[in-house]
Design a protein around this ligand. Sequence first.
Ligand code: PLP
Length: 442
Amino acid sequence: MAPHPSTLLEPHTPPAVTTEPHVIVRGEGLTVWDREGRSYLDATSGMLCTNLGYSQPRLVRAAARQMAELPFFASFAHRTSDVALALADDLARLAPLPMGRTFFANSGAEANDSAFKLAWYYHQCLGRHDRFKILSQERGYHGTTVAAGSATGLDFIHRGFGLPLPSYIQVPCPDPHSALRQGLTEDDFVDRLVDHLERLIAAEGPDTIAAFIAEPILGAGGVIIPPSTYYPRVQEVLARHDILFILDEVVTGFGRTGAMFATTEFDLSPDLITVAKGLSSAYAPISAVLVGRRIMNTIADGSRAIGAFGHGFTYSGHPVAAAVAREALAIVVEEDIPGHVRETAPALMKALADAFHGKDFVRDVRGHGFLAAVTFLTGSGGRQEGEWGSQVMAKAVARGLLVRAVGDTIIVAPPLISTAEQIETMVALLENAYRSALAETD
Ligand code: PLP
């Protein structure tokens, strides 16, 4: 086999690959540049995370200030930093649930792992010693650590690792398109999903299940927007059994849907919310679990018997990451980023619908806020599964546009500062890529 061209073991890349990676060296606003000097409009916001664009000067200054003042101090054994405390206060003011406290970690997956442990600890505090199972959804994405990866409902995250662990159980994906395929009305579809959940809980035993984790809109699984009645009904079932509801707002938090949190927008009442990505606009690795008051009170009481909460990371509440996150949140609030997304999202949907709706080999176009997708008909136009997605993505990149393909779905998730005109330019480049692919169809 030819030698690998670099010493980097690249995430989400086949280790056998022998070609050079595409190397990005600089970013400003919505644009990044590669090593060859080519520029790209980034319609993926990094990985749905650089919400405020690249090289935001306020974020750069906040990081530099904190580096000079206190580059590191651990939050450990009842000693912490002023900036970690201040960020927790900021989040308590913004949080869309009756707040207890905030726990900090470094990535979305770590936040979700932490939420599972908080759910386990909560049940232990109540003397429920068998509550360890975690429910999640097929095609849900919660990260790739052993625990979060087990909750992620995508085969390629499990394959080769013996995942999911045995106590992780997935329920069917609430994809409205599968209702269509089965010839069901949306109400009948939701009835079936809720019935499935009820029967699963009864079969497993409610006293063995700790929590249910889900994204308000499934992002990395291909922008799947569940029917509006789905989560309220799921929530009612969970509450009846005191199975904790963990809402993964790692992508949706801080404006992507056109609200500060999807929790408020969809009128949900989770027990725990996980956030990451947009928390620092991805300028520094930081994530958090927002722990609801009811859960926090139980944990605080119960810990008298169990002892210290034996969970945390060297970098929990890292001062530089916390300072950057404080500044990012300040910008999101001052510039009313959720309001901008709400106002501009119709331009994104219109541009995508004009370019793709009803066009050859296009299954559908959908979106909410700045989280949108085009799905091509799998197997159509003489192509294998996933070929439409990879071909259109490659042609978009060749035209100076970064988009993400998941199978035959192209995800379009512009930075939240994008104007309507910039979004129209992105969609025009994507349409051009599609037309070029179409021209190669027999
Ligand atoms: N949750 C959601 C909804 C995500 O989209 C992601 C990453 O894309 C994660 C969790 C995991 O975040 P991280 O990659 O920071 O571990």
